[in-house]
Design a protein around this ligand. Structure first.
Ligand SMILES: [Zn+2]
Length: 117
């Protein structure tokens, strides 16, 4: 089972990472049929590399979560082991990964059972 990280860790150690996607990556894109960037995710890998992603919600079933968007970036760079995954909405609400994202995280590397979120 994935482990929760404490609020102190989120606000102290990961605050830089939370602000990073807001300032330089986290742009919202909205059309009549697409909303992208309502939720952002930061992945910190075992090697302390950082990957970010945003949610893409479409007027069909082709959208994706911010977690998977960030995970795809990580996979593209030949990394699979996640130390910490943090997902936040525009209102600063912190989301746990959904079942589909948890499934992906566990499948790409069995050591991700120790991922903190
Ligand atoms: Zn998800």
């Amino acid at each position: 089972m994935l482990k929760y990280i404490s609020k102190e860790v989120v606000y102290n150690k990961l605050w830089k990472l939370i602000r990073f996607p807001k300032k330089s990556v986290w742009r919202e894109f909205v059309t009549e049929k697409v909303t992208a960037g309502a939720v952002a995710c930061v992945i910190v890998t075992k090697d302390n590399n950082i990957y970010t992603g945003v949610s893409v919600v479409m007027d069909c079933a082709l959208g994706t979560c911010a977690e998977r968007s960030a995970a795809y970036q990580m996979i593209k760079n030949n990394e699979t082991e996640i130390q910490t995954i943090l997902t936040i909405g525009r209102s600063s609400y912190i989301y746990p990964p959904c079942d589909a994202c948890l499934g992906l995280i566990k499948l790409i590397n069995p050591n991700n059972i120790n991922t903190k979120f």
